[in-house]
Design a protein around this ligand. Structure first.
Ligand code: ADP
Ligand code: MG
Length: 210
């Protein structure tokens, strides 16, 4: 079953929405024989620092080994579980289109669909979340798992490098978007739509040569 690729700016609410989607799917898959998986940077112990180019000497920037290793770990984790009976929610920045293309191809290789869940959030709103986390850390307050802040430069750079999904491309479609202000009812509608598309009766049949 499908690979759901969550994407959005850093601290835009990806984990919050991914967990809501996971809970929603957990309710829906009970009467079928699908298995549900949640994979994230946090479940794979991938630190925010892997995205930090400023931590590297200038000449090594084009080959950010730690980010490459992180992607290899994510790819391996997805590949291990993804079949046409498994639904995978992948909660990671997934901000490079070439990377989303690679994931899309991986899904196609196991004849299962992929889709994008884009988390819409303004830059200011997302920045406020990270700033609050940085502040909490500076005060020495405890951080919950998954709430590690990004260093400021790392955060700005990730926003700058973010490659917005384009639903006109095969690998970024179908695309579903939830925005910060979407309440429970609206979010449910979007999840219903996603479910209908990936698992409902209108679901697209994947052929290897498509
Ligand atoms: P990310 O995984 O993108 O880094 P998180 O899911 O950790 O982001 O969310 C950042 C913070 O913003 C969390 O503290 C969460 O409670 C809050 N948050 C996320 N989405 C919303 C929303 N739609 N409305 C209000 N608060 C939100
Ligand atoms: Mg997160």
């Amino acid at each position: 079953m499908p690979l759901i690729i969550v994407t959005g700016l850093p601290t835009s609410g990806k984990t919050t929405r991914a967990k809501q989607l996971h809970d929603y799917l957990a309710e829906r898959v009970t009467d079928s024989n699908y298995r549900l998986h949640y994979i994230s940077d946090d479940t794979l112990s991938i630190s925010r620092t892997v995205y930090d180019l400023s931590a590297l000497p200038a000449h090594t920037r084009s080959a950010n080994a730690s980010e490459k290793d992180a992607r290899a770990a994510i790819y391996g984790a997805v590949k291990r579980v993804l079949t046409n009976k498994d639904i995978v929610v992948l909660d990671s920045p997934n901000y490079i289109k070439g990377w989303r293309y690679q994931l899309h191809c991986e899904a196609k290789a196991v004849r299962t669909p992929s889709c994008i869940l884009q988390i819409g959030c303004s830059k200011d709103q997302a920045k406020q979340v990270n700033d609050k986390r940085l502040e909490r850390r500076a005060k020495g307050e405890a951080q919950l798992e998954g709430e590690e802040p990004y260093e400021e430069g790392n955060w700005e750079n990730l926003v700058f490098r973010y490659e917005e999904p384009n639903p006109m491309t095969r690998w970024d479609s179908p695309l579903f978007a939830v925005v910060w202000d979407d309440d429970e009812e609206q979010t449910r509608k979007i999840f219903d739509d996603l479910w209908e598309t990936i698992a409902g009766s209108g679901r697209k049949v994947i052929r290897p040569n498509q």
